[in-house]
Design a protein around this ligand. Structure first.
Ligand SMILES: Cc1ncc(C[n+]2csc(CCOP(=O)(O)OP(=O)(O)O)c2C)c(N)n1
Length: 249
């Protein structure tokens, strides 16, 4: 019989316990596929913080360590500097990277640290119950902005643009996982980002627009539709920086 679907070997044989419609599962599968494609499982170390990101350690069959909230870039810096032979990536949510860990990621990116960043932007603090994040959209109702986020709460932060403005990073892109064609582009972007690190080109950064239906108070289908309708117009997709001009998606 022809095999049409299989589990990546970097993924454990486990049933995921993410909420219905959560994008973390899709993204983690993409990460596992990228690791398999590049055949780097035996030398890969992932650093994940708190937030729903951290459950990665239940599903990916790779070495992992947990960092305090927002601090994966510091931990990844230490691991990669001590063991440059390893392949190191962080897997971080938007509350983690754009709020409590903002100084960490900007400093590490500005130093051009040689690890990769998989940044999952679902516009909300998911794990703790849907509080406002710096990436939440204006007007977005969250548990801490029940009447909608206002400009005085801060405009939604475009992390990829900020990271791309620095000299250190080699590859910065924004993708989405709202439909199959974009899932394929996301896989391509993650492979490209990981390849950059393997070629010793400095930090590579992939922002992924994702759905957290429970956190934004929508059904799984509506939460995916919101990505195209509301998020992409504000957070445009595409490569923002590529030092070798490759990696167009
Ligand atoms: C120092 C610290 N502050 C706050 C928390 C509480 N906390 C745990 S997860 C989380 C939100 C994470 O949101 P995000 O990074 O967007 O990831 P998501 O769960 O949406 O994937 C917070 C605030 C914590 N664990 N440690």
């Amino acid at each position: 019989m022809k095999l049409v679907f299989d589990r990546p070997k970097s993924m454990k044989d486990r049933v995921m316990h993410y909420c219905p419609g959560c994008s973390h599962g899709v993204i983690q599968r993409i990460v596992a596929e990228a690791i398999d494609i590049l055949d780097i499982r035996e030398k890969t170390v992932c650093v994940a913080p708190v937030g729903c990101a951290v459950f990665l350690y239940d599903y990916l069959d790779i070495d992992m360590t947990e960092a305090p909230h927002g601090r994966p870039p510091a931990v990844a810096t230490g691991i990669k500097r001590a063991r440059p032979d390893l392949f190191v990536f962080t897997y971080q949510g938007d509350g983690d990277i754009a709020s409590i860990g903002l100084a960490e990621i900007l400093s590490a990116a500005n130093r051009g640290e040689s690890f990769s960043v998989v940044y999952v932007n679902n516009t909300v603090y998911g794990m703790t119950g849907g509080q406002m994040a710096p990436t939440s959209m204006l007007g977005q109702r969250t548990t801490t902005t029940p009447f909608g986020k206002e400009a005085s709460d801060g405009y939604p932060l475009r992390m990829a643009e900020w990271i791309a403005s620095l000299e250190g990073p080699s590859y910065v892109t924004r993708v989405a996982v709202d439909k199959p064609s974009n899932v394929k582009k996301t896989r391509k972007a993650v492979v490209e980002a990981f390849r950059m690190q393997l070629e010793g080109r400095g930090m590579s950064f992939v922002e992924i627009l994702a759905a957290c239906p429970v956190g934004v108070g929508l059904s799984p289908v509506e939460a995916l539709a919101r990505i195209e309708k509301e998020l992409i117009p504000y957070y445009p997709l595409g490569v923002l920086k590529s030092v070798d001009g490759k990696g167009a998606i």
